[in-house]
Ligand binder design. Structure first.
Ligand code: AMP
Length: 271
């Protein structure tokens, strides 16, 4: 496992390879990340993982400051996995060396779900993914369905522009069915219990949804119930088509999307 600390060493090391799988992360490596790495390792000759906490995608300074990072521990886990060939640990200037402001803008139809509640977040994600893809030049990029809207937008943007394929990977959950996330490190035991209960409720809502003619109204009621029962703030609870992310009036080809806060920690899930 070779550690690449700057672009010169990255360009030199990657030059011989033309079957490269790329797993971009912000660190806090967990089994969700490792599942992407495993898939890359199976489908590609070489796998490169990046760890970069991208300040441009944080619409909230406090959130950036509290984002859990532990490079030493991450490197230990990645080395132990024996599935990673290269780790790219860029500095801000390796990625954003040209000071030009990014021109990336989301069209109005994409300003839904997290894009509606986290202003500038996906512009920041698309900016860094655009830059990383230009630098790493991978044949395949592995991304998690846990961040479904991110996966959808990156796929739409990058596959058109570069010769790369974005490969979706299933959400990995812990034994309580909570979606694994680096942010879970910010939750205490009682917070995690609430998240586990919320997952159960969501699974129940999804199971029952087909009984209701007016799904939007049903979800408004359920959102209120979740909010009051668990004393949480909910940004959205919506059923959307998984191909185009339009609001869905039927359960077919659809996923239930939620974003909510426990103890000021913002969690997202979809099922
Ligand atoms: P992050 O480090 O949170 O930016 O995530 C890096 C990549 O790992 C993204 O493509 C995420 O969607 C993916 N990921 C994060 N959590 C999970 C999970 N529980 N299951 C599968 N993929 C995940």
């Amino acid at each position: 496992m070779k550690i690449l600390l700057n672009n010169t060493s990255l360009f030199e090391s990657l030059r011989p390879f033309n079957d490269l799988g790329f797993v971009p992360t912000m660190g806090g490596i967990h089994k969700g990340h490792l599942s992407l790495i495993n898939k890359s390792n199976k489908l590609c000759k070489k796998t490169i993982v990046s760890i970069f906490v991208n300040p441009k995608q944080f619409n909230n300074k406090k959130d950036l400051k509290s984002y859990p990072t532990n490079i030493k521990e991450d490197l230990k886990i990645l080395k132990k996995s024996k599935k990673v060939d290269f780790i790219y640990l860029p500095k801000f200037n390796d990625i954003f060396k040209d000071k030009k402001k990014s021109k990336i803008k989301l069209p109005k139809k994409d300003k839904i779900l997290c894009a509606k509640f986290r202003k500038g977040h996906f512009e920041g994600v698309l900016d860094v993914m655009n830059k990383l893809t230009k630098i790493v030049k991978p044949q395949k990029i592995f991304m998690g369905e846990k961040d479904f809207q991110q996966l959808y937008l990156v796929k739409k943007k990058l596959e058109k522009k570069y010769k790369t394929k974005v490969i979706p990977c299933k959400t990995i959950r812990d034994k309580n069915k909570i979606a694994l996330s680096s942010r879970n490190l910010l939750l205490n035991k009682s917070n995690l219990n609430i998240a586990a209960n919320i997952y159960k409720k969501l699974a129940d809502i999804k199971k029952n949804i087909k009984k209701y003619k007016n799904i939007s109204n049903f979800l408004i009621i359920k959102k209120k119930e979740l909010k009051n029962n668990y004393k949480i703030k909910i940004d959205y609870l919506e059923l959307r088509n998984k191909k185009n992310l339009k609001i869905s009036k039927t359960i077919n080809n659809s996923r239930l999307f939620i974003a909510y806060y426990i103890n000021n920690v913002r969690l997202i899930d979809n099922l």
